[in-house]
Design a protein around this ligand. Sequence first.
Ligand SMILES: Cc1cc2nc3c(=O)[nH]c(=O)nc-3n(C[C@H](O)[C@H](O)[C@H](O)COP(=O)(O)O)c2cc1C
Length: 323
Amino acid sequence: MDKSVRLFVAAYAFSEDGATHFLLPGREVKLEGAEEVLPILLRQCDGYRMAEEIVSLTAEETGYAQAELWELVEQLLARQVLIGSTQHYLFFHRVSANPMPFSHQFSEEEIARMLAEGESFLMQSSLQPTTSLEKLLARRESTREFTGEFLSQQEAERLAWAIYGKTPRANSFPESAIGLGTVPSGGALYPLRLFVLKPSNKEREWECFRAGSEGLEKTVTTTYEALVRVFLNDSNLLEGVGAVYVLACEFQQTTQKYANRGYRYAILEAGHAAQNAYLWCVEQGLGVVEVGGFYDEELAQLLSLSYPDQAPLTTLLVGRRKQ
Ligand SMILES: Cc1cc2nc3c(=O)[nH]c(=O)nc-3n(C[C@H](O)[C@H](O)[C@H](O)COP(=O)(O)O)c2cc1C
């Protein structure tokens, strides 16, 4: 293992029946035979000290052999009691993934009250949109009723471009820093990956495409039923939808530079891309709704992503709107 990894304890621990029990979200990890050394080892894992230093300090204090301690550290990392501090975002990701252990329903009245509390000039309807962009923004809305008509391949590709189109980076600097694409990206790292799922000509079969160098490249096929399951078994949601766009992230592409903060940047970037989809769809008279209600791991599997290092962040359901 990488001895320079900075270790962080992700779990609360207690001793019972001669074993150490660690509490993690939704599970308990039990470890036997290390009660003596664990408190000394874990005390040093503050997210800043390197594994190398932690093992050597613990060996000094306890008299344990370093090889034994490395084995213990590896075991704790594998069971996610310890986290490499630059990998902490994977922990945030896990605790924000569906199924959520709890959520709360608000009534329309409660939401209206909350919004009224934060009232500002931004809520005034007297501001008249005048430019074409302002007019598009004023008409932006989510659609949840679709006709079932397909999107043409050309429409699907143009929308993909609007969502996450990029220009090739020049090798000559500083020109390469100009106009890199339809969304801004922290450090110009562009860690998102765009997938499109569309119904095929076969009954209840859907095809998956990846936005690749040659356009939308077909990857796998799936079924309508599998997709419904991914969207929390909500069969109404996909009715009449012409295409599902998925924005996934290759986290390393941003976290290798920004560490855990890169996770925040990736989510922000997905928001920019999603807004582009809304604006393009209003302009084209198509309907769209962003849907964050999906089972993360199942959707990743369906797209053949290696979860959680690669994970879907958000989805956009697109189609022709029912009048
Ligand atoms: C991050 C995010 C997640 C969302 N997830 C869902 C969802 O799971 N299901 C849904 O029906 N709408 C979802 N929406 C759409 C919101 O419900 C919608 O934007 C909101 O009600 C405001 O309506 P409008 O977009 O028509 O103005 C989501 C929107 C965002 C930004």
